[in-house]
Write a protein that binds this ligand. Structure first.
Ligand code: SF4
Length: 388
C-alpha cells in the first residue's frame, strides 16, 4: 500500500484578509519547539495512536510512503534544516519510496540559499502561493509578495534544481477585472509551471474581509470583490486558456502538464490513506478520520508530554463513505464509475443523478458519470443536490 504524509506548519508572516485558517503570526522562537513536537509525533506516532484509540488497519503495517506534503500556513518560513529534520523523521520512521515531496512556499520567502537547502533536503516540488500578478490585488488582500518577488523567485527555484513547480491562483480577488485576470493567466502560461491550481475566492465570514463585506464596509477592497458570475467567467476563461496551453484539467481546481498531476493530492480525492502530522493536520486510514488539536501552542505542549492531542476521531459510516466517494470522486474530471459504487455500497444512485443529468450538470457515458465541463464553475450546486 502507498501512503501519503502531510505535515502542517501553521505559521504565517501576516494574516491575509480573506483567510480564516488556523494559522498564526508568532515569534520565530516558537518555530523550534513546534518542529521538535512534530518530529516527535512522526517518530512515535504508532505508540501515541494506540494510546489515543486510533486503530491503523493492517495494511498500514507495511505501507510505503511515496508522497510528502509540507503545507500551511507558510512552511517556507522554516529554516531548511528544520524542514530536513522533519523529512528525516519520515524517512527514518516509515519505509519510503518517495516520488513527490512538496513544499508550499510564498514568493517573498524564497532566496538562493533556501532554495538550495530545500532541494538538498529532498524537496522536489514547490507549490507556490502566487495568487495574482497584479500588485493592486495582492496588496488589497494583505499578501506579502509583489510581482517582482515572483519573477525573482522562480529562476532561483529552477536554478536550485527544483523541476516541478505549481502556481496557486485566486479568481475573484478584490479589484480583479477580466483584463487583470487575463494578464495574470497570460503571465502564468509564459512562465510555464508544471502545475496550476485555481481557486475561486471563498470569503470566510470570520475573516477580516468577510466581516467587512457583511458590514458593507470598504476596507480591504471589500466593495470591489467581483460578483459570482464574473468569477465564474474568470474560471471559464482560465479553463480555455490552460487547455490551449497544453495543460490537462484533471480536478475542478487543478491543471498539469500531463504526467505532473499532484500524486499527493490525488490520494485525497481517491480516498487513499494518508497520515497528517502537526497542529490541525488531518488523517485518513480508510475507515477512520481524525484531526490534531489546531492550536499550535496546545499541540506543542501535548506532544512535549508524549501525547497526540486528537480532536475528532470518527469511524465513517457506510453512508458517509458513499457521500465521500461521490463528492471527492466527482471533483476529478475523469468522473466516477457509478455501477462500481452501486455494487460496492449496495445502493441505487440513478434517482439521485436523474435531475442533475436532465439539467446538464453531469454527463453520463456508460457507467461513468462526470461533471459537465461547461458547468464546473457551479459544481457546488451538484454536490448540494447529490449529497442531500
Ligand atoms: S499565507 Fe495562506 S494560510 Fe497564511 S494567512 Fe495567507 S492565506 Fe492564510
Amino acid at each position: 500500500m502507498k501512503l501519503g504524509v502531510y505535515i502542517q506548519v501553521p505559521f504565517c508572516q501576516t494574516k491575509c484578509t480573506y483567510c480564516n485558517f488556523h494559522t498564526g503570526v508568532v515569534a520565530r522562537e516558537r518555530y523550534g519547539p513546534y518542529v521538535a513536537a512534530v518530529e516527535r509525533e512522526i517518530r512515535e506516532h504508532r505508540k501515541m495512536y494506540r494510546e489515543a484509540g486510533i486503530a491503523l488497519p493492517e495494511t498500514f503495517a507495511d505501507a510505503v510512503v511515496d508522497t510528502i506534503y509540507l503545507g500551511g500556513g507558510t512552511p517556507s518560513l522554516l529554516d531548511p534544516e528544520d524542514l530536513a529534520r522533519l523529512l528525516d523523521g519520515v524517512r527514518e520512521t516509515f519505509p519510503c519510496a518517495l516520488r513527490e515531496v512538496t513544499l508550499e512556499a510564498d514568493p517573498e520567502t524564497v532566496d538562493e540559499e533556501k532554495a538550495r537547502g530545500w532541494f538538498q533536503a529532498g524537496i522536489d516540488r514547490i507549490s507556490f502561493g502566487l495568487q495574482s500578478f497584479s500588485d493592486r490585488e495582492l496588496s488589497a488582500v494583505g499578501r506579502m509578495h509583489r510581482r517582482e518577488d515572483i519573477e525573482r523567485a522562480v529562476p532561483l527555484l529552477r536554478g536550485a534544481g527544483i523541476g516541478n513547480i505549481s502556481f496557486d491562483l485566486i479568481a475573484g480577488l478584490p479589484h480583479q477585472t477580466a483584463e487583470s485576470w487575463g494578464a495574470t493567466v497570460g503571465e502564468v502560461l509564459a512562465m510555464g509551471p508544471e502545475h496550476i491550481s485555481i481557486y475561486m475566492l471563498e470569503v470566510d465570514e470570520g475573516s477580516r474581509l468577510g466581516r467587512e463585506i457583511l458590514s458593507k464596509g470598504g476596507r480591504y477592497g471589500a466593495n470591489s470583490v467581483p460578483g459570482d458570475d464574473e468569477v465564474a467567467n474568470f474560471y471559464d476563461f482560465a479553463r480555455g486558456a490552460l487547455s490551449a496551453g497544453g495543460y490537462h484539467h484533471y480536478e475542478i481546481s487543478n491543471w498539469a502538464i500531463p504526467g505532473n498531476e499532484s500524486r499527493h493530492n490525488l490520494k485525497y480525492w481517491r480516498r487513499e490513506g494518508y497520515l497528517g502530522f502537526g497542529a490541525g493536520a488531518h488523517s485518513f486510514s480508510g475507515t477512520q478520520r481524525w484531526a490534531n488539536e489546531h492550536d499550535a501552542a496546545k499541540y506543542t505542549e501535548a506532544l512535549a508530554a508524549g501525547r497526540i492531542p486528537c480532536e475528532g476521531l470518527e469511524a465513517l459510516s457506510a453512508a458517509q463513505a458513499l457521500d465521500e466517494e461521490l463528492f471527492l470522486g466527482l471533483r476529478q474530471l475523469d468522473g466516477i464509475d457509478i455501477e462500481k459504487i452501486e455494487r460496492d455500497y449496495g445502493v441505487q444512485l440513478s434517482s439521485r443523478l436523474e435531475s442533475l443529468e436532465r439539467n446538464g450538470l453531469v454527463e453520463r457515458t456508460g457507467p461513468v458519470v462526470r461533471l459537465a465541463p461547461a458547468r464546473l464553475s457551479i459544481s457546488n450546486e451538484v454536490f448540494v443536490d447529490l449529497l442531500r
